[in-house]
Design a protein. Structure first.
Length: 269
């Protein structure tokens, strides 16, 4: 049997003991969830979850500008990459010495199901992948039930300041929020991560989310904005729970369910 990656390349089950390098933090976490920690031979410096399981795994730099020669020295059988998070030219150069480059590109929450099956199939972890799929479906159903009971809301999700940046509706982040009943602003954008004028953008937003990554918004930022732009709901949100796919998406769906319920309750009080 074979499984297709994001570029349509078919990958069969690897017959030996793989040596895997992950250049994507969320995929590194997923490998551990699939029971592949012993096969993980390299990671980026941003691959930090789960921390204890990653101690001793060599760091190769960032998702962009990673140390190619150090990666080569690890002699991986597989390198896991992502279309959004890794540079195309750097990934293309890996084909010179890596037998299998697996390209991923989840665009919405339910794409995680195929991601679980892809890596579970390649690395002979189909039972573990099936367990993740089942857990995902449970959380997806629970979130959908909550979202169906509450009115849909327009929200502004901020990922950077000075200048301010948000997310377009064709991003994974926006589609995760949509699963909770939150439609991101702007409604139309030519860029996936548009630069915005904050004073104008907040006008139609019922909630303004301040994400913890890539810009680390903190409580002091929320308090400052509350003082400067009163009359809006300014809410800190865990960016990893919204933007990380893989096994983190299961926790992300549960997190969004709790957050949606909590904010709804606060609005009624």
């Amino acid at each position: 049997m074979q499984w297709s990656d994001a570029l349509g390349k078919l990958h069969g089950r690897y017959p030996g003991s793989p040596r895997i390098v992950s250049l994507v933090p969320s995929l590194t976490e997923l490998l551990i969830a699939l029971g592949l920690g012993a096969q993980l031979t390299g990671r980026t410096g941003f691959c930090v979850h789960p921390r204890a399981a990653l101690r001793g795994i060599p760091k190769l730099g960032g998702t962009k500008g990673f140390d190619r020669e150090r990666l080569r020295a690890l002699q991986p059988t597989h390198v896991l990459v992502n279309i959004d998070e890794n540079r195309r030219d750097e990934v293309a150069a890996l084909a010179d010495f890596v037998p299998h480059v697996v390209v991923t590109h989840p665009l919405e929450a339910r794409d995680n199901l195929d991601l679980y099956r892809l890596l579970g199939g390649i690395f002979d972890r189909e039972q573990e992948a099936a367990a993740l799929c089942a857990a995902f479906e449970r959380e997806w159903t629970a979130l959908a039930e909550v979202a169906a009971l509450l009115p849909r809301q327009q929200v502004l999700y901020l990922i950077w300041r000075d200048p301010w940046f948000s997310v377009a509706r064709d991003t994974y982040i926006s589609r995760m929020l949509a699963a909770a009943g939150w439609e991101t602003l702007p409604a139309v954008s030519a860029q996936r991560y548009p630069q915005i004028e904050l004073a104008e953008a907040v006008r139609d937003a019922e909630i303004v989310f301040l994400a913890s990554e890539p810009y680390p918004f903190r409580e002091r930022d929320r308090q400052r904005l509350l003082a400067e732009m009163a009359g809006h709901c300014w809410q800190l949100i865990d960016g990893e729970m919204v933007s990380w796919y893989g096994s983190r998406a299961i926790m992300g769906l549960a997190y969004l369910r709790r957050l949606r319920l909590g904010l709804s309750q606060s609005a009624r009080n």
